[in-house]
Design a protein around this ligand. Structure first.
Ligand code: NDP
Length: 273
């Protein structure tokens, strides 16, 4: 029988994960089935436990269950523990559940490998201080930017995040209204684009070779991507991050690194068709 995997969330209908993992499996010749698992909002733990008790090998976890998945895991990777959120569960041979967070690694690999942008020695601005920003911090610091500044609509949350992560590396933080310019890379980890909104940002945010990245993706350029391009700034959305985090999860589960580019290209075609 094929090994079973799934993405669990609520809602989960919109998820592109089945398409991505089915493509990875075909590419790598891995025998698996990948489903969507809609968990009732108050029954994530039972849903996940039942899935594993019935032979499931791994879960991708999406909104709003990443914090509960962190509690459910028997052991956490360092990046999941730091993020306080789990997006991948791996069922181990001994029946233990390992929790990982592959979102930040997906972001960094998209920026570095797909887009060919550099983070090392660059001045990086991270917008937002929610779960996605938390997941991105460790992988971003590992790339050794010359500066990492977190700016959030609620300034206190950005400062709290910088404080919490201070033992991993130096960071500055503040509100959106205190932002100065001169960033080489601005990563929008806020959910503003989901509501078709643009955070209030100064036009002089970027250096002349600055780049913009929005974790949100869609059929059309997000408001942040659109705004950056209007300023003449190279900009990308988060579809590559989505495929990148899936590739990291696939590697954890199957021990095989799938090729991201063909799957990303196929997904982009589907999304914009
Ligand atoms: P959270 O709800 O945890 O955090 C939302 C953040 O966005 C907060 O910092 C909030 O600020 C800020 N925010 C919301 N609306 C606005 C606005 N109009 N202007 C400025 N700031 C705003 O969400 P997550 O961190 O989990 O997710 C953030 C985004 O990242 C989501 O849109 C999600 O889709 C995307 N994402 C993409 C992934 C991918 O693979 N491409 C993976 C994971 C996430 P405040 O604190 O002031 O409320």
């Amino acid at each position: 029988m094929s090994d079973r995997y799934a993405v669990v969330g609520n809602p989960v209908d919109h998820s592109l994960s089945p398409q991505i993992h089915t493509a990875f499996a075909a590419q790598a010749g891995e025998d698996l089935v990948y489903e969507k698992l809609l968990a009732p909002l108050d029954r994530f733990t039972e849903s996940a436990q039942t899935f594993f008790a019935e032979g499931g090998r791994g879960l991708n976890v999406t909104v709003p269950f990443k914090l509960e998945a962190c509690e459910l895991a028997d052991a956490l990777t360092e990046r999941a523990a730091a993020a306080g959120a789990v997006n991948t569960l791996v069922y181990g041979e001994s029946g233990n559940l390992l929790g990982d967070n592959t979102d930040g690694a997906g972001l960094v690999s998209d920026i570095r490998n797909n887009l060919g942008w550099t983070i090392q020695d660059k001045r990086v601005l991270l917008l937002g201080a929610g779960g996605a920003a938390r997941g991105a911090l460790l992988p971003l610091l590992a790339e050794h930017p010359s500066q990492l500044h977190i700016a959030n609509r609620t300034a206190a949350k950005a400062c709290q995040l910088a404080d919490e992560f201070s033992h991993y590396g130096a960071m500055t933080a503040g509100g959106l209204d205190q932002l100065c310019g001169g960033f080489d890379l601005v990563i929008n980890a806020s959910s503003a684009s989901l509501g078709n909104q643009l955070p209030p940002l100064p036009e002089h945010l970027f250096t002349s070779t600055g780049r913009a990245y929005d974790m949100v993706y869609g059929a059309k350029p997000t408001p942040f991507v659109h705004w950056a391009r209007e300023l003449g700034v190279e900009a990308a959305d988060g579809l590559g991050m989505l495929v990148g985090q899936a590739a990291e999860a696939f590697y954890l589960w199957r021990g095989v690194k799938p090729r991201v580019e063909p799957v990303l290209a196929q997904l982009r075609r589907t999304l914009t068709a």
